[in-house]
Ligand binder design. Structure first.
Ligand code: SAM
Ligand code: SF4
Ligand code: F3S
Length: 487
């Protein structure tokens, strides 16, 4: 499979398609005297969210507006995830809803893209059973969305475009419609070369390829000048950033340079692989006040035998050495992880090693997953798949143990005051705000009337303030905002 860097010429081809689409929707709008709307539904990880911001940016630039009421959108994009079976089920569960909508609105366009479109079975299913899906394409062709949408509308027939080339474009290739006021997502690399034996991502996202350092820096400075307080540097394995680029820049260079940009209160990154994380990154986390005091490092299993079978080239002791160093170098920080339960061949002894690893690392929180067989990955062919009832039973034991550590981590915050970046009003509790500490602890808090004085009412999304923590829950803490710190 080859990697192609897209040029200015490629961008102007897409811009021509944007102009044609703008004319098309402009004419529809004028004829029907209403706005035309779009909706992008995102499944999956933050890389997919970043892709969705680009899809939304294109749709805005052709004159569509985000859907705001119950009426189905005129262009619906489902940006899918394939990492576990339940993620795939969600797409097919939701697609049916749009069939009848499409009978009512003949101009409606239904698009399916994202990682599921790199799995042949899913593509065949769309082709054979979902004729009302107008356009399907794979994640590597995100850059080509304007041309594909234009061609779909012109030919009035299903268009399925699944390629075999891994493209890379800098972010200024796209119009980006950032979804959050407080956080800018910045992918610094695409794809994955690790081929963990259970994982679909290297097949769905292609070979690892890194953006240009200078272009990332330009984007970061621009984001800071627009007032974003937090930047999230993204990649499946950010610590291997730069391979294949000629300037010799590493992830630590980007991370440190981002921390030095005026205006960022938080510099975060996701994800790191234990085999590539180096001490300099931990030192930067320790030394820069705006470097997030949070490391997400996927353990996957505590059993060395299973780690080998998973094609994760580290042992549990090597993982502990990184975890211990991080804990001792970066005080008051949080360490979080991903763990898979029920990987093929997992014995009670292997599982016990995972529980022991959790006891050793005392993760502040963890994403725990039941192993999901992904067709096309090596582990899907392993014969010793673990029976469902055993997986479920182990999963609940792991959850119980890990929840205890998460609760303890939250309890350790009670009585202290932390600066919180406000994410907005809570969807669950009226009048309550949510935000995160620099260590990524989730905080729910109220704002007393006297603290409001002199500030405009609103959701305060993107503002910073000191919150006194009064109590802890298993997954969050509760507190009161004592003052805003950003004027
Ligand atoms: N690149 C990241 C890393 O290695 O840390 C992981 C990204 S992956 C999208 C997120 C998590 O999904 C993985 O860390 C793993 O725990 C989980 N995962 C991936 N494939 C899985 C599978 N087949 N079954 C269950 N969980 C899986
Ligand atoms: Fe998947 Fe492993 Fe790549 Fe993470 S590092 S995306 S788990 S193959
Ligand atoms: Fe899912 Fe693709 Fe991300 S499989 S987790 S959306 S890279």
């Amino acid at each position: 499979m080859s990697i192609i860097r897209l040029s200015d010429e490629d961008r102007s081809v897409q811009q021509d398609a944007v102009s044609e689409l703008s004319e098309y929707y402009g004419a529809l709008k004028a004829a029907n005297k209403r706005d035309y709307t779009y909706e992008v539904l995102t499944y999956g990880c933050q890389l997919n969210e970043a892709d969705s911001e680009k899809l939304s940016g294109t749709l805005m630039s052709i004159g569509l507006v985000p859907k705001t009421d119950d009426r189905p959108a005129d262009v619906i994009v489902m940006n899918t995830c394939s990492v576990r079976e339940n993620a795939e089920d969600r797409l097919f569960g939701n697609l049916g809803i749009f069939k009848s909508d499409k009978r009512v609105n003949r101009d409606m366009v239904i698009v399916v893209c994202g990682c599921m479109m790199k799995v042949q079975e899913n593509v065949d299913r769309i082709r054979n059973s979902y004729p009302y899906v107008d356009l399907a394409f794979d994640p590597q062709q995100l850059y080509n969305f304007p041309c594909l949408l234009r061609d779909t509308i012109k030919r009035k027939k299903q268009l399925i475009n699944i390629g075999s080339v891994d493209y890379i474009a800098e972010d200024d290739f796209y119009t980006i419609e950032r979804q959050r006021k407080f956080r800018a997502l910045v992918p610094i690399m695409y794809g994955c070369n690790n081929f963990c034996s259970y994982c679909i991502v290297p097949y769905a996202r292609g070979r690892e390829r890194s953006r240009r350092f200078d272009s990332i820096m330009d984007e970061l400075r621009e984001i800071a000048s627009l007032g974003y307080k937090e930047v999230m540097l993204l990649g499946q394995n950010v610590n291997s950033y730069g391979k294949g680029n000629e300037d010799g820049k590493t992830f630590a260079d980007i991370f440190e340079a981002a921390c030095q940009i005026d205006g960022f209160s938080r510099v975060r990154f996701m994800s790191s692989h234990p085999k590539d994380l180096n001490n300099r990154v931990i030192d930067i986390m320790r030394d820069y006040p705006n470097a997030e005091k949070h490391l997400h490092l996927a353990l996957q299993s505590g059993s060395d035998r299973l780690l080998k079978r998973m094609n994760r080239p580290y042992t549990s002791s090597e993982f502990f050495a990184i975890a211990d160093r991080f804990r001792s170098e970066v005080p008051d920080a949080s360490l979080t992880t991903d763990i898979i339960v029920g990987f093929p061949g997992e014995t009670e002894e292997d599982f016990q090693a995972t529980l022991d690893a959790v006891d050793h690392c005392k993760f502040d929180s963890a994403f725990t997953f039941q192993y999901s067989k992904r067709p096309g990955t090596p582990a899907a062919t392993f014969e010793d798949q673990v029976p469902k009832d055993i997986v479920t039973e182990r999963f609940s034991r792991l959850l119980e143990l890990q929840n205890g550590y998460a609760f303890k981590s939250n309890q350790s915050k009670v009585g202290n005051t932390y600066e919180v970046l406000i994410e907005g009003l809570s969807k669950m509790q009226p009048g309550v705000y949510t935000g995160r500490t620099l260590s990524n602890h989730l905080v729910n808090f109220t704002i007393p009337d006297d603290v409001f004085s002199g500030t405009a009412a609103g959701d305060h999304e993107g503002r910073l303030g000191m919150v006194r923590i009064d109590s802890a829950r298993p997954y969050s803490v509760d507190g009161v905002l004592t003052r805003f710190t950003d004027g």
